[in-house]
Design a protein. Structure first.
Length: 160
């Protein structure tokens, strides 16, 4: 069996830009979902040799959306594991680690992997994502935001 590792980002937009620390749990946030043609999901992709999970998440976010102003929310890291059958590799065990970040970017520049995108509030996003694992990650992210108000603004991370 083949093992694969990917990294992704649950991105949220708050009002007209980045939230203040006091607003980070506010319900006015909207989550970015990408249309992969057959499913809706978050920006994610393979971790390349020599990359950390976080570096891969930043790179994938930039490559898939053009977002370069992501501010990662410290303390949120979640993993999902699943299996799928590949015509090329047979059964594959996949682990995807997700981070949480905010952006002020509303004009997304999609890669050729996607056919569309949308920013939705939690209730709309939870019904739009295609997979149970994505709903699990979205619930965890929203719960984390509700429960945690950081003392300092999130750290800024530039694209590769």
């Amino acid at each position: 069996m083949r093992d694969e590792r990917s990294a992704g980002v649950v991105v949220f937009l708050h009002g007209d830009g980045h939230p203040t620390p006091q607003q980070i749990g506010d319900s006015s946030r909207r989550f970015l979902l990408l249309n992969y043609g057959r499913h809706w999901d978050f920006a994610k992709g393979h971790v390349e040799p020599g990359e950390t999970d976080h570096q891969a998440a930043v790179r994938e976010l930039f490559e898939e959306t053009g977002i370069s102003d992501a501010k990662f929310v410290e303390g949120f890291v979640r993993e999902v594991d699943y299996y799928f059958r590949s015509s090329r590799h047979g059964v594959v065990h996949k682990t995807v680690v997700f981070f949480l970040a905010t952006t002020a970017t509303t004009e997304v520049k999609l890669s050729d992997e996607h056919i569309g995108f949308t920013f939705l509030d939690f209730d709309q996003a939870i019904t739009k994502v295609s997979y149970a694992s994505a709903r699990e990650i979205l619930r965890a992210a929203a719960g984390f935001l509700e429960a945690n108000t950081p003392a300092d603004p999130p750290e800024r991370t530039s694209p590769p």
